[in-house]
Design a protein around this ligand. Structure first.
Ligand SMILES: [Zn+2]
Length: 66
C-alpha cells in the first residue's frame, strides 16, 4: 500500500508499506526519524564518493550484495 512518508530530511515520498497496521506505523516512524529519502541518500553517497550508492534504502539492505 502506498503512503506519503516524510523522511528525516524533510522530503516526502511515496513509499510502499506492507504488513499489519502496527508494522506500517513502525516503519513510517522509522522513516520519519532515521531514514533520509533516496535523493538525499544519493547526494550523501556522492559526497562521500561511494560508487555503489544505495538509492533503495531498506529494500537494498535486505537483498544480498552480488
Ligand atoms: Zn531528502
Amino acid at each position: 500500500m502506498l503512503y506519503d512518508v516524510t523522511f528525516r530530511c524533510g522530503h516526502t515520498r511515496m513509499v510502499n508499506l506492507i504488513g499489519q497496521y502496527e508494522e506500517r506505523q513502525r516503519k513510517m516512524l522509522r522513516y520519519n526519524n532515521f531514514v533520509i529519502c533516496p535523493d538525499c541518500q544519493a547526494a550523501h553517497a556522492a559526497v562521500h564518493s561511494k560508487p555503489s550508492a544505495s538509492v533503495w534504502g531498506e529494500a537494498d539492505r535486505m537483498r544480498p550484495r552480488y
